[in-house]
Design a protein around this ligand. Structure first.
Ligand code: GLA
Length: 385
């Protein structure tokens, strides 16, 4: 979907003069999964796929929103009681409400949006939507008074308060702060971040979409977070200074082994190991040592599959194929429970790997995985004022 398409649909739907056009991307994450809400490190980058929205104030107190791809239209007021039921509209409503809570006077507007970031594939289509509106409404109604961190937090709070997902900050952060050609290492405790140019010569980054969508992903996600919090509470008995799993190490975890459930123990073990893996990967990247990066990513997959239990048969299968083909690194990306694997593949292996993954997967599961090449790109922006 291109800008011109969004513009013509907006015009047709609202019979209105042109509004301003904004865009925000989805994201990949090289390593550091389920570490953000534990105060650890993440290593995401924005991608060349995302959401585009046209927006024009309409002089009322009503938002009129058209989801072009879903062919769905919703109107809602801006008070708490006006929350729409359509899940896509709740993202826009939530962003409006969170901005109002921060003192921005939001008024009614007409809007149409479309996206090319696949829904439910682990590339954060919802964060792309939230960031698009947070960025846009800050310009249109807020005199740009809200800073970029707060815009990301508005998206996160929307998930918490209006969509039932107690997510961390990674997706919204990556969508707002993305920079062409760079991954970003974010310390989710201090919120310090650093851009790392990412141009692995001789390698290609490819996502393989298992096309599995987990129905109960948000409650399973929230449950993982609770497990981590349970372990922190147990540790605080011995180490009151521990606020998040970031503050703990494996020795401390072993001390509370008897005090926590076996399941919570496994979850925390994965998180503590994963936080360290991100740092190891940063070191390896600085040396251009992609083989070590690869080893760590496979280890992440193993942890997500066996300890955190957020993988599934289809994703395990895709990483096994990658390993068999000699792919440098491969693992489930994002929250899990379906979605994509992220693969760093030597150029000379690329065609063979993708063909084999497609064929083997089809034979095993009777359907084809989708293949997405991604380019690391810029974050939230205004396309037309
Ligand atoms: C989802 C959440 C993020 C993060 C990842 C897992 O994408 O929105 O905050 O926790 O899962 O790393």
């Amino acid at each position: 979907m291109y800008i011109e398409d969004v513009r013509s649909r907006f015009k047709k739907h609202f019979n209105d003069a042109e509004g301003a056009v904004y865009a925000s991307p989805g994201r990949i994450n090289l390593i550091g999964e389920h570490t953000d809400y534990n105060g650890g490190f993440v290593f995401p980058g924005a991608i060349d796929k995302g959401m585009i929205a046209e927006i024009k104030p309409n002089g009322t107190q009503i938002v009129r929103a058209y989801a072009i791809d879903l062919k769905d239209y919703v109107e809602f007021g801006l008070q708490e009681k006006d929350a729409p039921t359509a899940s896509w509209a709740r993202y826009i409503f939530g962003v409006c409400r969170e901005m109002m809570k921060r003192g921005v006077v939001i008024k009614g507007f007409n809007t149409a949006f479309s996206g090319d970031v696949p829904l439910g594939a682990g590339m954060s289509s919802s964060a792309a939507l939230e960031s698009t509106y947070a960025f846009a409404l800050n310009e249109i109604f807020g005199d740009n008074k809200i800073d970029k961190f707060e815009l990301a937090k508005i998206g996160q709070a929307t998930e918490h308060n209006y969509c039932g997902v107690n997510c961390g900050i990674m997706d919204q952060f990556a969508s707002v702060f993305g920079k062409k050609g760079s991954l970003i290492r974010l310390d989710c405790r201090s919120m310090e971040y650093e851009y790392f140019p990412f141009n692995p010569k001789g390698y290609k980054l490819v996502l393989l979409d298992s096309v599995v969508k987990h129905e109960l992903a948000s409650s399973a996600y929230n449950k993982r977070r609770e497990s981590c919090e349970n372990v922190v509470k147990a540790m605080q008995q011995l180490h009151p200074e521990v606020e998040l799993l970031r503050d703990a190490d494996l020795a401390m975890l072993n001390e509370v082994k008897e005090a926590v459930s076996a399941e919570d123990f496994m979850r925390a073990k994965y998180v503590i190991e994963e936080i360290q893996r991100v740092l190891d990967v940063c070191d390896a990247l600085q040396k251009g040592d992609y083989e070590t990066v690869g080893e760590k990513m496979y280890a992440t997959h193993e942890g997500m599959s066996k300890l955190y239990e957020v993988s599934c048969e289809e994703l395990d299968f895709l990483t096994d194929v990658a390993r068999d083909c000699g792919v440098t690194d491969s693992r489930v990306m994002g929250g899990g429970f379906g979605g994509c694997t992220i693969n760093l593949v030597k150029e000379e292996l690329y065609a063979l790997f993708v063909e084999k993954a497609k064929a083997d997967f089809k034979e095993r599961f009777g359907k084809s995985p989708k293949v997405y090449d991604v380019v690391i790109s810029d974050g939230s922006r205004c396309l037309i004022r």
